[in-house]
Unconditional design. Structure first.
Length: 378
């Protein structure tokens, strides 16, 4: 029968099947598509060729460098080796579902190498499997990259439907971490006063800024006269180099006022940095950043970790650096600040994210509420 292809031409196509009923069903489907004005894809592109095109022409052009880097890694390590040779227009949901289930169950022993004969890691062949399974979060990421790629193929009329959307993967359980109490927050700020990054901890705990936003903050984004700062850049490692990029989401770009306590911390930090600049002399590399190394270069994220971990150990705190951001959300809401204002301060993409963090971190508030109810009923 003749059909209209995505190239805009009429083309005779043949259908094949194991039985007459199977062939008849395929012809019926093609006739239904033709009657609805849905063109038939006429590409023989395989998955590897399409993903290469998608990464170069779509992801690299329209997404952030860090996003491209993550997508490229998933495509290279997982998608191309498993699905690369399959035709994009004949890829079936059952194939994707079976492959993802196998990926989730495979031992990922990258240190031990791969036994080609047994088609399994060498440690499994030796009876010493390390049981290093891919996390649910990683399986979900692999599925998401394939789903996004195929959805673009649907928009470009290369395929009729996105088979990855028909496949469900287990949803990982996310933890929003622990929040600091008012007493713990005060202790942290007091004990970090002599630290050269004291102002960074103040901004993280009071303003709820992300690590990348803090490390990418420039002095020209801080307005001491108006007591405000603009969050418009984030520092990330992209292709091995520290790079200033756009923040995580559009809502992450924001102007926030600075309370006097934060202004003082920044002014003290600027004075301390001036001393470091004078001490470094000609070795100082000016980048205009608020938080730098001792010679003015961008601060390596791992160096921040090495500074943060000893501080939290001295205070007996078992929290991540990112939990300072969660603490800012919880403390603001505990003080009665409306959720939509908190969302604007910390740059959440959705108010639901703000309330989810608060729901996980505000055990003290829950305890107070239940105590009030108990008092009322007793």
């Amino acid at each position: 029968m003749f059909v209209t292809t995505t190239g805009g031409i009429r083309k005779r196509v043949s259908v094949y099947g194991k039985t007459r009923d199977e062939v008849r069903a395929k012809i019926t489907d093609l006739q239904a598509q033709e009657n609805q004005g849905i063109p038939v894809p006429d590409t023989n592109m395989n998955v590897e060729d399409y993903l290469t095109y998608w990464l170069a022409k779509v992801v690299k052009v329209h997404r952030r460098p860090k996003t491209y880097q993550g997508y490229e890694s998933v495509v290279r390590v997982h998608l191309v080796p498993a699905l690369g040779r399959k035709k994009i227009r004949t890829l079936r949901a059952a194939e994707v579902r079976t492959w993802l289930a196998r990926v989730a169950a495979e031992c990922q022993c990258c240190k031990h190498g791969w036994d080609k004969a047994r088609r399994e890691p060498q440690c499994c062949s030796a009876g010493e499997c390390c049981k290093a399974l891919l996390s649910r979060r990683m399986v979900q990421s692999i599925h998401a990259v394939l789903r996004n790629a195929l959805q673009n193929a649907v928009r470009e009329e290369l395929i009729v439907r996105n088979v990855a959307q028909l496949v469900q993967v287990p949803t990982p359980a996310y933890s929003s971490g622990k929040g600091l109490s008012v007493a713990e927050a005060r202790l942290l700020l007091r004990k970090s006063e002599s630290d050269r990054l004291h102002a960074l901890y103040v901004l993280a705990l009071v303003m709820g800024m992300r690590r990348g936003e803090l490390l990418g903050l420039r002095w020209d984004a801080v307005d001491f006269d108006r007591e405000s700062l603009i969050v418009e850049r984030a520092l990330q490692r992209v292709d091995g180099a520290l790079t200033l990029v756009q923040p995580k989401t559009l809502s992450s770009v924001r102007t926030v006022p600075l309370p006097p306590f934060v202004v003082k911390a920044l002014l003290d930090h600027r004075e301390r940095q001036a001393g470091e600049r004078a001490a470094a002399g000609i070795d100082w590399k000016e980048h205009g950043l608020v938080f730098t190394s001792r010679i003015g270069t961008p601060l390596e994220p791992d160096n921040l970790r090495r500074s943060w971990h000893p501080l939290r150990s001295r205070l007996g705190l078992d929290i991540r650096f990112h939990d300072l951001r969660h603490s800012a959300v919880s403390l603001l809401l505990d003080l009665g600040v409306p959720p939509h204002i908190v969302r604007q301060i910390v740059g959440h993409s959705d108010i639901g994210v703000t309330m989810k963090v608060y729901a996980h971190a505000s055990l003290d508030e829950q305890r107070k509420a239940l105590r009030k109810l108990g008092d009322a009923l007793s």
